[in-house]
Design a protein around this ligand. Structure first.
Ligand code: ZN
Length: 114
């Protein structure tokens, strides 16, 4: 794919994206975000959301709980980004189950963010 004009490189995984020649679109690719002059792709933003949750895990949380916490952080990130997407789609994007997405959705609504 020939990319012209603006291209973006993810700070974390170094993937590069941009707009094809002749495209009228510009700016960051779909799902990407720029924060403190650092650009991250959607996949990395999801991972960063998952890692961020580990920093706020209470002491004494069993290590076996961590993958679950990370998975729900990913789902919450997706809900925050676009809550209108079907549960199945979010589950697939986050590598988790539809049941986990439903649970996160409830939590999300209770937190008053949804
Ligand atoms: Zn990335």
């Amino acid at each position: 794919m020939k990319v012209s004009g603006e291209t973006f490189t993810c700070e974390r995984c170094k993937v590069t994206a941009g707009w094809i020649a002749g495209s009228e679109r510009s700016g960051l690719p779909h799902g990407w975000a720029k924060k403190r002059r650092k650009v991250h792709c959607l996949a990395c933003r999801r991972d960063l959301a998952a890692e961020a949750v580990l920093e706020s895990v209470p002491d004494g949380t069993p290590a076996s709980e961590l993958p679950k916490l990370k998975a729900s952080a990913r789902v919450e990130f997706e809900l925050d980004r676009d809550a209108d997407r079907p549960d199945g789609e979010i589950a697939k994007a986050c590598g988790t189950s539809i049941a986990a997405v439903r649970k996160a959705r409830e939590k999300f609504a209770t937190a008053g963010r949804g």
